[in-house]
Design a protein around this ligand. Sequence first.
Ligand code: SF4
Length: 393
Amino acid sequence: MSLTNNNSPVESVGALYVHIPFCVQKCAYCDFASSATCADDPAIDAYLASQLSDIRRFAELGLLRECKTAYIGGGTPTILGTKGLMELVGEIRNVCPQLEELTFEANPDTLDDTMLTNASTYGATRVSIGVQSLEDIELKELRRVHDAQTAQNKVRAAVASGLDVSVDLMCAIPEQTDESWQRTLLDVVGMGVDHVSVYPLAIEEGTEFGRLYLGMQPTWNDEEVQARRMIAARDVLEEAGYCRYEVASYAKQGKRCLHNIAYWTGITYLGLGTGAASMLNPRQYELVRSVYCKLPHIHDECPRIRISLLGREVELLSSDQATAEDLMLGMRLVDGVASESVPASTRTKLIEEKLARTEGNRLVPTTRGWLLGNELYGTMWDIAKGEVQTLSW
Ligand code: SF4
């Protein structure tokens, strides 16, 4: 029996996520749970203290005993400053004896040399830097705090620090051209990073871009542009020796993000902080509920329970729904899923629509399937029977 698989009765989760919901300024496209504030806001220290205390309590309950990966995300974790961030990194390392990977997200403007020098000493293995673009005009449009030169300096310093370095890039954004996208990709590759994630910009409700562009389908963001830029990214990154292992993720040999792979392969995870989500088995849920007493009592036995702290919602997934979810998430990966685990009718439909193909005993996504992700993932999710049961508190 797997130690961390979602159906397992073990107490420990396989992955830990800690959310830091503060940023220096709100980006125009951002619908994440984060608010703009200054680095010396006393609310940041109070928030950090409460996360540290929760981590210790969950560790005492055995929830982190087998935890293999941890991710400090945001928001902007580097807004914590070196002292605060290292306290968090050190505590996670302290209470997760089996940890193999510890990533912190960074924004170029708040990532400094002291942080980088200290990070591996305190136990971080990886930094994921939100660069998005290396063109000033594009960064301005996105309302990013940093400029291209700062991003380049910080990425170079991160690579020199010896941490594994990942960079996030965004395509189909205002002012971006095929040529400027190519330049950004080549510049990032030239800096020797280990991992690159590439996303097309999504115009979301409740954001500055949502107010400006929702329903307008601006040309810089249309589906054809998104597809062209994602294909250009694939070509440049693969040519430079990065291997695409997920729809948006490219890594050098041995540098795949284990934490994200955990999300896509049904490993249980505990999410702490404002915008965090957890995916737990019933035993783990009861342990979490012993600390977060407002969580509802669950009468029915169900294999998979998801908690959204922000939405104050608990979702109960049946085994069929958990299987459909695993298959859906598995199709984000280059390796796809075992063919035999997909019902024959679904398999035929995906192959006929050229969204997937068989490779040995695997059903793997095609490029078309990834470009038309909603159709591919939607067809997989259709395997699930009935509605997911939701409880609020
Ligand atoms: S830095 Fe990240 S989390 Fe913060 S506002 Fe920008 S996109 Fe959102």
